[in-house]
Structures are given as structure tokens and as C-alpha cells.
Write a protein that binds this ligand. Structure first.
Ligand code: UD1
Ligand code: CA
Length: 456
């Protein structure tokens, strides 16, 4: 039978070194709240029961940790007395009785399902405590794993460690699995006789051993366990996240010419055979279908780009932009809350907002949908195979029928029926010979001035 599991996320820290008015787990990584990444990792390890230990910004942290398919119950740790004390804030949840208790930190957004599974596997093999360790490039500040003959005998916190122990580079990553049937008993034995006067969760290793249990350490890559306390470390985490996600996308069939210049959000979906040119930013809620090309310097958020469409260079797609198959949004165009039909073209310097553009229509350079009257937003509807001449202003609400043609430079304030031609501007007024008369007059004035100057 499958083992039951409760994950406990510790997120009650003060975040002092972030120098921030909000908890560090609320700071974004890849445009998602940091703690949401941790919940995602739990979900991908098929863990659906979560106890969240919160302190400052309790409500906002709890809200950021919500995820469909995962039950997240919050527990307030009123005083911050250490990681051992924090886990016991979720006593009520632990008491429900689980096979596995998994403790994770809320500030490690790079964690994946892999070490979570490895830790649980350790419990399934009969250990009472399984610690995920890593080889630290610089172990300063971390708890050191003291391993003898393959058995984890203790975790020594940096501040409590001897000189010899501080030379150990195998460190505690902060992720721990505990035998759920013994957890409350073991946790209840943690004391605070140490340098910091805190209840250390890490004491569980020695405690388990004194009651005849067994503890082991399992190694994971340092990257996955990287936490962060300062904004400089947050930027480093972001860099690692971006590198990892770009790599995954490229392996899944997405081409990137200069991947290090492409910025993704946690939920960016790029299908196979999408090509992304340099310097593209994907904000939240973007999906791009197969064969689409995102040209350089485009900024895209909340948009759906269908197969074969092309975007940019220098295009901005804002929330609600829906680009149909093989459509084209070109340079210096902005599209917001608008559908661009299959094969339609919006090529140059255009703003399309609150609009529908039918399949096969062509929107000329500089066209603007005037969607806002200062108070309300209004909709522009353009039918199929219509042609809007360059530099037209479409004053919404307005409808342009299928196959209609709008003369360039028009200001369209009334509906244009299907197949009609609309001139929304004054007709051209031509005065034959007038330019020559003006030119001769000007030359004569110039000559007279010159003569007067010479006579002075
Ligand atoms: C902890 C480990 C250390 C490990 C390191 C890995 C202990 C005693 N030490 O040290 O062995 O190498 O993580 O990064 O566990 N928290 C609470 N309430 C508290 C205290 C902490 O919710 O009262 C939360 C924090 O928000 C954070 C996590 O627990 O998410 C870890 O606490 P932190 O103070 O950062 O532990 P470290 O000293 O880094
Ligand atoms: Ca820490």
C-alpha cells in the first residue's frame, strides 16, 4: 500500500536580512512567489497534504501557498524559537497520523521532486530520520553532517561545531524526512541547550539514535537546496532558476539563439519548434504553440500565441492577447485584450486593444484602436479580410465589416459595412501651378534682401 505523507513547510522566519517590508517567501522567483515553487515541487512528488508554519505576513504567505489539488493548512508559530519548535506548531496535523513527515523550508524555490522522493524512500527502507545533504562549496553557516560508517550520527550547527567539525563540507540542506509514527515523540524530546538557545530540528538525528532508531543522509545537488536571505542571493537564485528552465525547454524542443538573454516565468509554456530570438521577456501566463517565432526584444505577458504565428521584433503582447494561427504582430506593435484572427497581420507601430481582428485582415502601419474615452473602455470589431489603411484611428465602439477597406489616415467613428470603402478624412485639394508661384515669390524676396544688405 502507498505510504501517506504530510509535508511541513517552515516559513515563519523574520527575513531580517532581506531588508523588506514583506516575508522573504513572498519575494518572487520567476514571477511566482517563492513559496509557490516549493508547493509545486511537493505536488510534483505527489504530496497533497501540507502544513504551513507561518509567522509574519501569515495571511499573505498562506494565500501564496495555495495550489489546486494540494490541501494547505496554516499553523501560526507565535514565537520564533527554532526549527524544532516551528515543526511542532503543526502538532495537530502530525497527530492525524502519517507514515512520512517531510520537513521543507519555504525559502528554497529550486527544490525538485527528486530529493523529496529520495528522503521518503529512506523512510520506506526503515530509517527513522532521513536528512538531505549536499557538498557545500562553502560550508560556513550550515549544519555539518557527521557520518560514521554510512550512518548519520549527528548534525552539528555551525555555531556549536568544533574546529575539526567545521572542516566537514557535507552539510544539512534543511530537508528532513521523519518516521510519522514516531515523529511527535521524537520532536517532543528536542531541547534548547545550545549556543543559540533554540530548539534545533537537527537534534532529531541524535535523539532518534538514543531511542534505538536509525538516521541516514542522502546527497542532493547543492543547487536544489540553495536558500536565500538577501536580495543579492535572491538574484542568484533567479539566475539558477532561469538557467534550469531554459535548459529544460531547449531539451523539450524549443530553440533559443541566446538563451541567457531570454527570461521566463514559472508558468511559461513554449511548445516544440518554437523559436525564441535574443532578449525576450515572458511575463506570467504565456503559452506559445508549435512553430511560432518570437523575434528579438519582445515583451509578452498573459498572451496565447497559436501555431505558426510570429511576434516582433520589439512587440509587446499584454494580458488577453490571443494571436491566431499564422498571424503576425510586427515591430513596435502593442496588443492588449484582443484577438488577432488566423493569418491576420498587424505589422508596424500599431496599438490594438479591446478588439477583434478577423482572419486574413491587414492592419496598416500606425493604426490605433481608440479604446478609451477617459472613463470607459470600448470594443473595436474588425471582420475578416478587411484592410485598414495606415495611420487610421478607429474610435471605439466601432465595427468594420468583412472585406471592408478603410482609407489611410481615416478617423473612423461610425460602423463601416462589409465590402464598403470608408474615407474618414478630408479629400485631397490640389491647386495646379501653385507650388511654382510660391517658389518664385520666395526666391524674389531672398534676392531683394541680399541686394539691400550689399548696399549697407
Ligand atoms: C538550518 C539548519 C541547518 C541547515 C540550514 C540549511 C537547523 C537548526 N539548522 O539552519 O542545519 O544547514 O538550515 O539552510 O535547523 N524557521 C521557522 N521558525 C523558526 C526558525 C526557523 O519557521 O523558529 C524557518 C525559517 O523561516 C526558514 C527555516 O525554518 O525557512 C530555516 O531556518 P533558518 O533560521 O534559516 O535556519 P538556518 O540557521 O539557516
Ligand atoms: Ca537559512
Amino acid at each position: 500500500m502507498e505510504r501517506t505523507c504530510l509535508a511541513i513547510i517552515l516559513a515563519a522566519g523574520e527575513s531580517t536580512r532581506m531588508k523588506s517590508s514583506v516575508s522573504k517567501v513572498l519575494h518572487p522567483v520567476a514571477r511566482g512567489r517563492r513559496i509557490a515553487h516549493v508547493v509545486d515541487a511537493l505536488a510534483s512528488a505527489s504530496i497533497s497534504d501540507v502544513a504551513l508554519v507561518v509567522g509574519r505576513d501569515a495571511e499573505a504567505v498562506a494565500a501564496a501557498a495555495q495550489k489546486a489539488g494540494v490541501t494547505v493548512a496554516s499553523f501560526l508559530q507565535k514565537e520564533r524559537l527554532g526549527t524544532g519548535h516551528a515543526v511542532l506548531a503543526a502538532r495537530e496535523a502530525i497527530a492525524r497520523g502519517y507514515d512520512d513527515i517531510l520537513v521543507v523550508f519555504g525559502d528554497t524555490p529550486l527544490i525538485t521532486a527528486e530529493p523529496l522522493r529520495a528522503a521518503r524512500q529512506g523512510l520506506a527502507e526503515g530509517n527513522d530520520v532521513v536528512v538531505i545533504g549536499f557538498e557545500a562549496a562553502d560550508p560556513t553557516g550550515y549544519g555539518r553532517l557527521i557520518v560514521e560508517n554510512g550512518v548519520l550520527v549527528a548534525i552539528r550547527e555551525h555555531k556549536d561545531a568544533s574546529e575539526a567539525e567545521r572542516r566537514i563540507t557535507y552539510c544539512n540542506g534543511g530537508l528532513m524526512a521523519i518516521n510519522g509514527r514516531k515523529a511527535l515523540d521524537l520532536l517532543g524530546r528536542i531541547g534548547n541547550a545550545n549556543v543559540k538557545g533554540e530548539y534545533y530540528l537537527t537534534d532529531l538525528v541524535e535523539i532518534a539514535r538514543t531511542v534505538g532508531g536509525r538516521a541516514v543522509a542522502v546527497e542532493a545537488p547543492e543547487e536544489e537546496l540553495t536558500g536565500c536571505n538577501t536580495r543579492a542571493e535572491l538574484a542568484y537564485i533567479e539566475r539558477l532558476w532561469q538557467q534550469r528552465r531554459r535548459h529544460e525547454l531547449m531539451l523539450s524542443g524549443v530553440s533559443m539563439i541566446a538563451p541567457e538573454t531570454v527570461f521566463l516565468s514559472w508558468d511559461t509554456e513554449l511548445a516544440q519548434d518554437v523559436l525564441v530570438e535574443p532578449n525576450v521577456v515572458f511575463g506570467p501566463a504565456v503559452s506559445v504553440e508549435s512553430g511560432a517565432i518570437i523575434h528579438a526584444f519582445s515583451h509578452i505577458e498573459g498572451a496565447h500565441v497559436r501555431a505558426g504565428a510570429t511576434v516582433g521584433p520589439f512587440a509587446r503582447l499584454r494580458p488577453g492577447a490571443e494571436l491566431g494561427p499564422n498571424s503576425k504582430v510586427g515591430n513596435f506593435c502593442e496588443v492588449k485584450k484582443a484577438e488577432i484572427g488566423a493569418g491576420a497581420k498587424v505589422n508596424h507601430l500599431t496599438y490594438i486593444g479591446d478588439a477583434f481582428v478577423g482572419a486574413g485582415s491587414n492592419i496598416g502601419a500606425g493604426t490605433i484602436t481608440c479604446n478609451y474615452d477617459g472613463v470607459n473602455k470600448h470594443v473595436t470589431r474588425i471582420g475578416e479580410n478587411a484592410f485598414v489603411g495606415s495611420n487610421s484611428s478607429l474610435v471605439a465602439p466601432v465595427t468594420i465589416g468583412d472585406g471592408a477597406l478603410v482609407a489611410s489616415g481615416s478617423v473612423i467613428t461610425e460602423d463601416v459595412p462589409a465590402d464598403a470603402v470608408a474615407f474618414g478624412r478630408a479629400r485631397q485639394d490640389v491647386k495646379p501651378g501653385r507650388a511654382r508661384i510660391l517658389r518664385e515669390r520666395y526666391e524674389a524676396e531672398k534676392a531683394a534682401k541680399k541686394k539691400a544688405k550689399a548696399a549697407e
